[in-house]
Design a protein around this ligand. Structure first.
Ligand code: GAL
Length: 985
């Protein structure tokens, strides 16, 4: 089908719905062990034009003088490579809105177009190789492969146009042997930022044009392989694998480890060790065809839909997955092998067992790593047309036959490229593309080509084309209904398993509620797990801001920091969300009773027994370990449990908190983590904490200098404010209910449910006024009465501070009584805030080492921890509430060897936060660079915190994690303690 063009002479292909022309049919992606290849990555000449047709194609010819051109790195995105006097445009971030008028397949006249030039000579032995080239059997003697170019390219070699293609995250190859010269080759690539293909690539990410994956010249000797398909299944009843390799060019398959030496096309069944993500056993093999040998790594496994469940090798799976976009803060989607490996290692180390390659096939090397280290993969096609939702899906390409060839081309390029990976167990048609005939056509084509895997597409709620019912951001209650089969839907859907392909939106602080989801996933067979959204924040390294997000490049339309919603910070530091996820999905469940001294251990792996793990115990007194040892645990099979006896407690201490910590650790080094790496843990109580008693033995007294003394403290007689405790100055101690709203507090504008952040602001919780009503001295207490309320409202929290002392210690009891109608409102936090000047170090007994909130606290391990104030901060790309330590029994904060420290003990366990700026400053900041430390460290001691939830794109906190406004009393005991010793880090 062709369309009328509006004026890009010679560039009609840009707005043509066809996938391209001149390319070779898609095929498997492999590396030959003896056919040569030449990487064309490196520095390329580069010229940027404002429109698709600003320049003619003379640059593609021999002898063109490109001396004045700039250079860019390939792989790379040109918008990330400008500098100083040579700017090459800028990244644009939109979630789903197209950053151009929706007028398919038209794109703007302003269409940044990058002309790229690469000059190369062939290595010395190539000319002879090419001479022996393979034209006779229909193969060209060399193939030029592009692994990823956004969004549309026309390619010339030595002045001859090879063709054009679209499909940014898919490979495209051209036959070029007949055009190559021994020296002085000129490869010219014209890349357009916008094309008809852009309508199919509306994923929620930066728009980043460029040649962002490898460019390779592959020698194709006579008799070389073209495409081949490894079929390697596993019969779990017999323990055998069945292998058949179909190859366009006949040859033999050798698997030395299995004594296999058979012809291609021949079926052979032998006993094998199966491949699973937990036990990723790969057999080295070789495909030998007349012209070359191709090393293969074969994993035997069978994926099936059986009894309404996704099974591999006969057993149902539970996905503990993440959605992974490709991201590097400096290189965008141009990732090197080490970065990909880092992702895989981080996943394995955090108990992640699955990846959805949202929303396009990743660099092929990533799938090799998934095969090798073991991860289940949902390989997703490079397809999203989400922006059409703005017009009720009118003109959606997936429901318009003219686009179907492009859709089928994308499906084929994914399946053909990736079909030989055992890790890929499910094909996904794409993401958020509405519904339509084009998707059905893709599903039918995929089924016909590869019946050995299942098909996924989230947009297909009726499961017309899919093998699994998939949804995103369903709330806990709905997941529970789905698990119970009470969700309705057509008959076909009711018989299918469910996966939560996106949930737990990890934007900023959060996601909350992970443990609650996991309980549901584990409770219902039908629910086969989920994939957290998403793996990494797509922050762009930027000298102005640290990391930039949407809007920081002056985009006309943008979606702000919605692009920073990952479990990793942009530099790949794990966020607290990833540590929480690791704990929540740990593959060994341990529970028990510390008093009885029994721990029940359950193997939650789907395939592996527990023989790779060792178990240790530690006995802790007041947070300090006083004894450790090992536990003998049987190598339980998946699903099995055993009760294991703990030893006698190593010491007999009364009147203080004692508990066991049991850890499952790697018994030996693995490919992804060393021996001793903690996989799972639990803490079991022997004796609970006793709360501290302070008998009011001191009487407050006016000191004649405007102060009131009480035990170790001095107060202002005028305001009743605490001034010092021991030698330590304290400022501005008062009730605090405000926190800098998190992205999840703010919620997404389209959320139908109450969004707490906006409500809090509307009520004025960020500007509470404290009116002093009375300062009262009695025999044993100083009482300060206040009314805390926002302007323009009749809501208030009557707050009474009652101070008592036993001499060395000072006790504060805070009573809060709400006035007015608060019943629709919950509080961000409830506690006190105070300022300290001489403070930069903290140690505490409580949850740690990282932050925790009511619904993100699984990973907080109780113990004694220490930190600098700076290290208590969690660097969310957009600043927001962070850094609370949960379950704190006591905390000491001071300034190192020469200063006394303030010790705080909670009447009850409390939340401890300390930072060098106020919550108001944190709230006002847009980037971390907006936060300037002041002289004062602001300490929050909270009796309560509201949960986090994931309303930035999902449900808010569950009711049990809200902080309702009701009469509350809580207390803290302050004293001066010995100086805090040097803390490292
Ligand atoms: C989903 C979408 C993702 C991402 C996410 C929000 O709707 O599939 O690509 O946009 O929401 O971050």
């Amino acid at each position: 089908m062709s369309f009328r063009t509006t004026g890009s002479p010679g560039a009609d292909y840009v707005e043509d719905v066809s996938p391209g022309s001149g390319t070779l049919p898609p095929r498997a992606w492999y590396a030959s062990s003896d056919a040569a290849s030449l990487s064309l990555n490196g520095s390329w000449r580069f010229r940027l034009s404002a429109t698709a047709d600003a320049e003619d194609d003379a640059f593609a010819g021999q002898g063109y003088d490109s001396g004045g051109w700039a250079e860019v790195a390939v792989p790379g995105h040109w918008v990330l490579q400008g500098s100083g006097d040579r700017e090459f445009g800028a990244p644009i971030y939109t979630n789903h809105r197209y950053p151009f008028p929706v007028d398919p397949p038209r794109v703007p006249t302003e269409n940044p177009t990058g002309d790229h030039l690469r000059f190369f000579d062939l290595p010395d032995d190539w000319p002879t190789l090419l001479a022996k080239g393979a034209d006779a059997d229909g193969t060209d003697s060399a193939v030029l492969r592009f692994d990823g170019v956004e969004s549309c390219a026309r390619v010339w070699l030595n002045g001859t146009v090879l063709g054009e293609f679209k499909g940014s995250r898919l490979p495209h190859e051209f036959a070029v042997g007949h055009l190559l010269r021994p020296t002085g080759n000129v490869l010219a690539v014209r890349v357009h930022q916008w094309s008809a293909g852009s309508y199919l690539e509306d994923q929620d990410q930066w728009w980043l044009p460029g040649i962002f994956r490898d460019v390779t010249l592959l020698h194709r000797p006579a008799g070389s392989a073209r495409d081949f398909f490894v079929h390697a299944s596993y019969d779990h009843r017999e323990g055998t694998g069945t292998l058949r390799v179909d190859s366009d060019v006949e040859g033999r398959i050798l698997v030395p480890g299995l004594d296999i030496d058979v012809e291609t096309g021949q079926v052979i069944t032998v006993p094998v060790r199966p491949w699973t993500a937990e036990t990723p056993y790969l057999y080295d093999a070789v495909l030998v065809v007349p012209g070359e040998r191709i090393p293969l790594r074969i994993g035997f496994r069978t994926v099936a839909l059986e009894d309404g469940l996704i099974k591999v090798n006969g057993r149902p799976l539970l996905f503990k997955g993440v959605n992974r976009h490709e991201w590097h803060p400096e290189h965008g989607r141009a990732l090197d092998l080490e970065t990909m490996r880092e992702d895989v290692l981080l996943m394995k180390r955090h108990n992640v067992n699955a990846v959805r390659t949202s929303h396009y096939p990743p660099h092929p090397a990533f799938l090799d790593l998934c095969d090798e280290y073991g991860l289940w993969v949902i390989d997703e096609c490079d397809l999203e047309t989400h922006g059409f939702t703005e017009q009720g899906w009118r003109d959606n390409p997936v429901d318009d036959d003219r686009w179907t060839p492009a859709l089928l081309d994308r499906a084929a390029r994914m399946v053909e490229r990736d079909k030989n990976h055992p890790s890929v167990v499910i094909w996904s048609l794409g993401n958020e593309a509405g519904t339509g005939r084009g998707l059905t056509a893709m599903a039918e084509w995929i089924r016909g080509r590869d019946g050995s895997r299942l098909i996924h597409y989230e947009g297909d709620w009726n499961c017309r084309d899919t093998d699994v019912y998939s949804r995103m951001y369903a709330d806990h209650a709905e997941v529970d209904r789905i698990g119970r089969g009470l969700d309705g839907g057509p008959v076909k859907r009711r018989q299918l398993p469910f996966i939560h392909c996106e949930y737990a939106h990890a934007m900023g602080n959060g996601p909350g509620g992970l443990a609650d989801y996991q309980r549901l996933f584990e409770a219902h067979d039908r629910i086969q797990g989920g994939f957290v959204w998403e793996w990494i924040d797509h922050g762009v390294k930027d000298e102005r801001y640290g990391f930039a997000y949407g809007g920081d490049f002056g985009e006309e339309l943008h979606d702000g920091n919605f692009v920073c919603d990952g479990l990793l910070f942009p530099d790949r530091t794990p966020s607290p969300g990833l540590l929480e996820y690791k704990k929540v999905v740990e593959p060994v469940r341990m529970e028990g009773d510390g008093v009885e001294g029994v721990v029940r251990i359950t193997n939650r792996y789907d395939f592996a027994d527990l023989s790779a793990l060792a178990f240790t115990w530690s006995y802790d007194v007041d947070g300090e370990s006083v004894g450790t040892g090992t536990l003998t645990v049987p190598a339980l099979a998946p699903g099995d449990s055993a009760d294991v006896k703990l030893p006698e407690p190593p010491v007999d201490v009364r009147g203080t908190e004692t508990r066991w910590t049991v850890r499952a650790v790697l018994a030996g080094d693995t490919a992804w983590a060393p021996k001793g790496h903690v996989v799972a843990w639990v803490q079991l109580w022997c004796a609970p904490r006793q709360s501290i008693g302070v008998t009011a033995r001191r009487r407050p007294a006016l000191d004649g200098r405007g102060g009131i003394t009480l035990g170790p403290a001095v107060f202002s007689a005028r305001t009743g404010e605490l001034v010092t405790v021991g030698g330590i100055d304290v400022s501005d101690l008062k009730l605090d209910v405000w926190r800098a709203p998190t992205d999840n507090d703010e919620g997404a504008p389209w959320q139908p449910d109450l969004r707490h952040g906006p409500l809090w602001r509307k009520l004025g919780l960020h500007r509470m006024q404290h009116r002093l009503e009375a300062v009262e001295l009695s025999d044993d207490a100083l009482t300060v009465r206040t009314r805390v309320a926002p302007a323009a409202a009749d809501l208030a929290l009557r707050t009474v501070y009652r101070w008592t002392s036993d001499g060395p210690r000072l006790k504060l009891t805070v009573s809060v009584t709400p006035e007015g109608d608060w019943h629709q409102v919950s509080l961000p936090r409830l506690g006190i805030r105070l300022g300290l000047t001489a403070a930069d170090r903290v140690r505490w007994h409580g949850g740690g080492p990282g932050e925790a909130y009511p619904d993100t606290g699984s990973a907080a391990m109780l113990g004694r921890w220490e930190s600098t104030v700076d290290d208590l901060q969690t660097p969310y790309v957009r600043p927001q509430e962070n850094g609370a330590r949960a379950g704190v029994r006591w905390a000491e904060i001071g300034r190192g060897p020469d200063f006394p420290a303030l010790r705080v003990e909670g009447g009850a366990e409390f939340w401890f936060t300390a930072r060098r700026w106020t919550s108001e400053q944190l709230d006002a900041a847009n980037h971390l660079t907006d936060l300037t430390p002041g002289d004062t460290v602001w300490v929050n001691l909270d009796h309560g915190q509201q949960g986090i939830g994931s309303q930035s794109c999902g449900p808010g906190p569950l009711p049990q994690y809200l902080l309702p406004v009701r009469p509350t009393e809580f207390s803290f005991v302050f004293s001066e303690t010995n100086e805090i010793n040097e803390i490292n880090g």
